[in-house]
Design a protein around this ligand. Structure first.
Ligand code: ATP
Length: 288
């Protein structure tokens, strides 16, 4: 296998007595989107802070794009784009000024702020002070800022938290476009629908440990119960909903009997969500 874009080996971090990250290890391939999913306090931000050089791991090691995150921190930081919810934008400056300043810091030659702002859907509003922007516009600008240096790797922390569907879709499209160019994306979220939609693989983080890591499809196959939901017509003209598990030994017979004996009005299949699977594994939900 080619060298992984992200390689993490037994990382640990405690804040005083609070063990936030408890020995996690994983690899991410170039161009892959890895979704880190877990409830509040699971340790997601602490992992991101270590990988992006804001915290130094207390044990273990990791490399990004072949560079050690501690020994080559500065070089790593030059190669990655970061959009955190807490990332500060300069509110008294315009969007163009924010991006130009960042491009200077990153020494990006021939930087085209307007082109990037058009891409994130902020064309026409580029001269206004960021202070007057809505939350969705700030999120788009933060995404643009993360893309300024055309990075090979993006770290996105809850990139669509609290956004309307249109802003969310813009950000999802930008993430997909970046991965098509080979950018590796590390996405943290509590939004299981977002994780399912965007991630090639999902890591479930609970109490500082990875408790599952696989493609959404395989997680659903391994842990989820699949079901068939059927609506049947009753002899008196009423209707009744029935649900059949697709994972039992007698499933074939049950389905056969149902279709033979009943008048079926509608049928659809239902699979477990990532939230259901997280609950099965940890006994807790993603929102808590
Ligand atoms: P959220 O979804 O709420 O952002 P998270 O999964 O990102 O949560 P972390 O912020 O990494 O989780 O927190 C992991 C643990 O470390 C929690 O118990 C949290 O209270 C603790 N923690 C985080 N930051 C600090 C800090 N600066 N000082 C002390 N404890 C902290």
């Amino acid at each position: 296998m080619a060298q992984p874009a992200i390689s993490v080996n037994d990382l640990h971090y405690s804040y005083g007595d609070t063990l936030a990250v408890d020995g996690i290890s994983f690899d991410v391939a170039e161009g892959e989107v890895i979704g880190f999913l877990g409830p509040n306090g699971a340790g997601k931000s602490t992992v991101v802070k270590m990988l992006t050089g804001q915290l130094t791991p207390q044990k273990g090691s990791a490399s990004l794009l072949g560079m050690d995150i501690v020994k080559e921190r500065k070089r790593v930081q030059q190669e990655i784009g970061i959009a955190f919810e807490t990332t500060n934008l300069y509110e008294q400056m315009s969007a163009v000024e924010n991006l130009d300043l960042f491009a200077k810091l990153y020494k990006v030659p021939n930087f085209d702020a307007m082109g990037l702002l058009e891409k994130v859907g902020l064309g026409g509003r580029e001269k206004e002070h960021v202070a007057s922007y809505s939350k969705g516009m700030k999120q788009r600008l933060m995404m643009a800022r993360a893309l300024v240096s055309d990075p090979k790797m993006l770290f996105l922390d809850e990139p669509t938290d609290g956004l309307d569907p249109v802003s969310t879709e813009t950000i999802h499209a930008l993430i997909r476009a970046a991965t098509q160019n080979g950018t590796t994306v590390f996405l943290t979220t509590h939004d299981m629908v977002e994780a399912d939609k965007l991630s090639d693989r999902v890591a479930f983080l609970n109490q500082g440990k990875i408790v599952a890591l696989d493609t959404p499809a395989r997680l659903k196959l391994s842990f989820g119960m699949r079901a068939l939901k059927v609506e049947i017509e009753l002899p008196d003209g009423g209707t009744e909903a029935r649900e059949l598990s697709l994972d039992l030994d007698q499933t074939a017979q049950d389905v056969f009997d149902l279709f033979k004996n009943e008048r079926i009005l509608t049928v659809h299949s239902e699979e477990a969500t990532l939230e259901d699977i997280f609950f099965d594994i940890t006994g807790r939900g993603l929102q808590g």
